[in-house]
Design a binder for this molecule. Sequence first.
Ligand SMILES: [Zn+2]
Length: 380
Amino acid sequence: MTGQNIQIDSNFDGGNIEVLSVDGAGATLAIRADHMSEFKQWFHFRVSGAAGRELVLRITDLETSAYPLGWPGYNCRVSEDREYWATAASSYDKDADGGTLTVRYTPASDLAWFAYFAPYSMERHHDLVAECAASEGVSCRCLGTTLDGQPIDCLEMGEGDKQVWLYARQHPGETQAEWWMEGALERLTDPADPIARALRARCRFHIVPNCNPDGSRRGHLRTNARGVNLNREWDNPTAENSPEVLALRNAMDETGVDFAMDVHGDEAIPAVFLAGYEGLPGLTDDHYAGFTRYRAILDRRTPDFQTEKGYVPAQPGQANLSMSTTQVAHRFGATAMTLEMPYKDNDDLPDPEQNWSPERCRQLGRDCLGALLEWLDGAG
Ligand SMILES: [Zn+2]
């Protein structure tokens, strides 16, 4: 006796799952690849009709996902009110059905939402930019339009001459990045926050909370409406394939860039870390010191950040200039960096209830701004 079959839906903003079979409170699932692309890892779906019953959800074929190393040690996220996201006990078997993540959870109510990380919908994006645009001294301009016809929003504020660019979600399934933006923008638009006031006096901020609205709404992991990875387009963006990057880079060309942060999530590494521009052709010690000094400041200011775990730096002269951090560092002589947050837990400061969470992303956004003010103070 398995009871009545649950129902699984994903036809909504940011939704992604394929239902292979349902049996009572159990289901066998697979992740749909990004449109016109092989990348797959992001999922987000709703289960209905399981109040008080243990759900057993098997997400299969994950050895062909973009980052198979993302699954061991990972816990699926679940919410019943779509506000608080907790972990649902998950285990990975790479040998079962091409790699299977088995998620077990007993909802108290009839509806439960499951996702790779706490989702950040385009509707929430519009709430965020509307709230910011309504606050004192903030303007919002559209840098361009995506292939699906969505605006690329850029919030601007501050009266200083340091040009600071903060941008997120080139990879739409990395929703951590827009939660980070929410925390950063809350701080920057708070008239009572002394760090925000000091930063706005010294900098002109250009903030793009979502660089890839099409991928976000389509439930993609890594690409836009044409299946293009925007963070491999920065050396040669085109209106046909990557209008998002073309618009952003053109806007940067107009203002110049002193400091840039590109905000991401990393599937495999259970830590927060920064990646820089070690491999830049002709990189000087002075230029690189801008990055290492910021990294050291952030490391001292928040226990959520660390410098041991991260990507292997590029060899001298071997930088990939199709990526935004290296292109921006090279093009403008800027201090540029890629911030990575985990899908897994932060192993240095674990949280069994939520693992890495939207709340932690927001706090890190605030802390990164505090570090920026300290960095400016030491910049001479
Ligand atoms: Zn990314």
